[in-house]
Design a protein around this ligand. Structure first.
Ligand SMILES: NC(=O)C1=CN([C@@H]2O[C@H](COP(=O)(O)OP(=O)(O)OC[C@H]3O[C@@H](n4cnc5c(N)ncnc54)[C@H](OP(=O)(O)O)[C@@H]3O)[C@@H](O)[C@H]2O)C=CC1
Ligand SMILES: CC(C)=CCC[C@@H](C)[C@H]1CC=C2C3=C(CC[C@@]21C)[C@@]1(C)CC[C@H](O)C(C)(C)[C@@H]1CC3
Length: 417
């Protein structure tokens, strides 16, 4: 975090990089959507044909998308069995967040199940991915503009360290306000875990249903991809409170990067493996599937263990589950874990997440690079994110962070990186 009053260093290539990303990210998403359904399915090749403009625009898709957002917002506003406090803000206050994400997932599943039993053609959703991705992208742009304008009236204490360079393009991309709310409705927290994440597994399910209609039954590979990614989303919502200690919530402003990332990039590119499998069925033997399940289990064990250990420690360092761990004291009063998962490497949670990303691609076979796009993108994202976090932790903890790096020299992969 930049010292008080000074501007944080520019990231993502500054205004030029931000502008390029605002064009490149949506273009990449549409490229992936088109290539996944093409015969060759070449990640690096141009799609065989570009969609006609009318294929991108559909009033039905707009209505479905707005209904989806409204439904998830309604579930968010339902009474929560628990309210959690976020990390302390600059003005020493703490925001309160409803913990009802898993409830929203279950209610969505019940609603979709009722719809399908009443004849809802869920598989048809797979034919609407392009127009839905288009309206999601438009929503992200419009929402980001509203948030940018809202932030112009926000007090300095409400602003994020990053997205206040004074350059409108850069600030629009990175996001000016840290926790933009309308009343108690937290926009960033809602978008991070609800419409995109639940939409992702709903798209996966629609692709599985469509494959069953085309082939008679879903393939083992499609079951694996659906199961792994449902575990990931269900875990995120079951441990919803843990998101309150992540960088997005504690440090990053809510701008186009996260709005587009949450609302469009996650549901339409994270479902790429399932999209690929619908148009390119892959044979998968049980022994191979068993090994892939083991890979996902190892990744999940590391991911969950590391995230829960850090979140438990941050919530209560005296919790018996973490009280025995070695720590480094810092001038801020917070301590750094230097044993347990966080003594293995400095981002063990990233390692577990990357192992799961590999397990999600393996059921798609090795004949095409396209299903490994998520692994490639995610590796780049986490390496970049790790570097950002290191800078922020160096600012926060100074010499204590140097000591941590001396004692835990590897960032993500033990003895490698
Ligand atoms: N699927 C996806 O697309 C993505 C998934 N993720 C996943 O989200 C999860 C959260 O990742 P992310 O938000 O990047 O950040 P982390 O959950 O890794 O949190 C980083 C923060 O943790 C604290 N911390 C770091 N080291 C220590 C330590 N040794 N002891 C105590 N606290 C420490 C610091 O904050 P402080 O000290 O201020 O508390 C640091 O800023 C990860 O599992 C990641 O894999 C992330 C991005 C995308
Ligand atoms: C290229 C691009 C558009 C970048 C935007 C990045 C976002 C897609 C990701 C930034 C951090 C994320 C997190 C999750 C999903 C992807 C984004 C929004 C997350 C909700 C996935 C589930 C995990 O369990 C998590 C809750 C730890 C995680 C939090 C960070």
């Amino acid at each position: 975090m930049a010292p008080q009053g000074s501007r944080a260093p520019l990231e993502f290539g500054g205004p030029l990089g931000a502008a390029a990303l605002m064009l490149l990210l949506p273009a990449t998403m549409f490229h992936l959507l088109l290539v996944a359904r093409s015969g060759p399915a070449r990640l690096l090749g141009l799609p065989p044909h570009l969609p006609a403009p009318e294929a991108l625009w559909s009033p039905g898709a707009l209505l479905l998308w707005l209904t989806w957002l409204g439904l998830q917002a309604a579930f968010y506003l339902l009474p929560a069995h628990k309210m959690a406090e976020g990390q302390e803000l600059k003005d020493k206050s703490r925001l309160r967040y409803p913990i009802n994400g898993f409830q929203a997932l279950v209610l969505t599943a019940l609603l979709v199940g009722l719809g399908v039993s009443a004849g809802l053609p869920l598989g048809m959703l797979t034919e609407m991915l392009l127009p839905l991705a288009w309206v999601a992208t438009l929503t992200a742009f419009i929402f980001s503009l509203l948030l940018y304008l809202k932030a112009l009236m926000a007090p300095a204490s409400a602003l994020a360290p990053g997205g206040n360079s004074g350059n409108p393009v850069y600030d629009f991309f990175l996001g000016r306000e840290l926790n933009p709310r309308f009343g108690s409705f937290d926009c960033k927290y809602f978008c991070e875990l609800r419409p995109g994440l639940i939409g992702w597994v709903l798209i996966n399910l629609a692709l599985l249903v469509q494959e069953a209609e085309l082939l008679g039954s879903p393939s083992l590979a499609m079951w694996l991809v659906n199961g792994f990614q449902l575990l990931y989303v269900g875990d995120a919502l079951w441990h919803e409170e843990a998101v309150l200690t992540t960088m997005d919530i504690t440090h990053d402003g809510f701008g186009f990067m996260l709005a587009f990332g949450d609302l469009a990039w996650v549901p339409f590119t994270y479902s790429l493996q399932a999209q690929f499998l619908l148009y390119h069925p892959q044979p998968l033997e049980l022994p191979t599937a068993s090994v892939i399940c083991l890979v996902n289990a190892v990744g999940y064990y590391i991911f969950r263990g590391a995230n829960s250990q850090k979140n438990t420690f941050r919530k209560n360092p005296s919790d018996p589950r973490v009280a025995g761990l070695e720590t480094i004291s810092t001038a801020t009063g917070k301590q750094l874990l230097v044993s347990g998962w966080w003594g293995m490497v400095r981002h063990p949670n990233y390692l577990g997440d990357l192992i799961m990303a590999l397990a999600w691609s393996l059921p798609c076979g090795v004949s095409h690079l396209l299903p490994y796009f998520y692994l490639l993108y995610f590796t780049a994202l986490l390496v970049h994110r790790e570097a950002r976090d290191e800078q922020q932790c160096l600012q926060k903890y100074g010499l204590a962070w140097h000591e941590y790096c001396r004692r835990v020299p590897y960032r993500i992969v033990p003895y490698i990186y």
